[in-house]
Design a protein around this ligand. Structure first.
Ligand code: 5GP
Length: 192
């Protein structure tokens, strides 16, 4: 039985800042016994290799809109032409069990969670520069030129929202940034 209080962690960044990789590094190298990563729902088509129920719950716009209407999402956002949202029931259940629940989400949705859950630990990942962000998005080789251009265009407005978050971490070096994020989570956990 876990006697710790649950901790909600809102982890956000412009696309291409490396938030996925930072979390993977933490999960591979650190003690993450109490950590859970919330699985989102999206209307985006699966990329090659992505599986329903593993990477996301892939749903139609109609199904997604039903979830919104039924109040079953903590937050949702329309990003780059698709809906993305966080299912409420699993997150509430994990928090009640004392877990550290990580929402890895884009900035508009994260900003809503920061306002709705002021007790949440919010962490914003910044790129070393906009040029570096563009370079990383192209290197990833997962998106069309149109999607990359849309994501780059969104970044300055997203970065402007970083001041709403409790902590900002610059991803200039993966090992260092991952360590900083992990320590922020562990130290918050010790103080609640
Ligand atoms: P991708 O299409 O690259 O998987 O995700 C695009 C963006 O949507 C990423 O920044 C990702 O973190 C974000 N995202 C994933 N799930 C959610 C969610 O449930 N809510 C919101 N607001 N953004 C999400």
């Amino acid at each position: 039985m876990n006697d710790k209080k649950g901790l909600l962690v809102v982890f956000s960044a412009p696309s291409g800042c490396g938030k996925d990789t930072i979390l993977q590094t933490i999960f591979q190298n650190k003690n993450c016994e109490d950590f859970v990563l919330s699985r989102s729902m999206t209307t985006r088509a699966p990329r090659s290799g992505e599986q329903n129920g593993v990477d996301y719950y892939f749903v139609t716009r109609e199904e997604f809109e039903q979830k919104i209407a039924a109040g079953r999402l903590i937050e949702f956002a329309e990003y780059s032409g698709n809906y993305y949202g966080t299912p409420k029931d699993p997150v509430e259940a994990w928090l009640a069990q004392g877990k550290i629940v990580i929402l890895e989400i884009e900035v508009q949705g994260a900003s809503k969670v920061v306002r709705a859950y002021p007790e949440a630990l919010s962490i914003f990942i910044l790129p070393p520069s906009l040029e570096e962000l563009e370079r990383r998005l192209r290197l990833r080789n997962t998106d069309s030129e149109e999607t990359i251009a849309r994501r780059i265009a969104l970044a300055p407005g997203e970065i402007a929202k970083s001041s709403e978050f409790k902590h900002c971490v610059v991803n200039d070096d993966l090992t260092r940034a991952s360590e900083e994020v992990y320590q922020l989570i562990i130290s918050e956990r010790e103080h609640i």
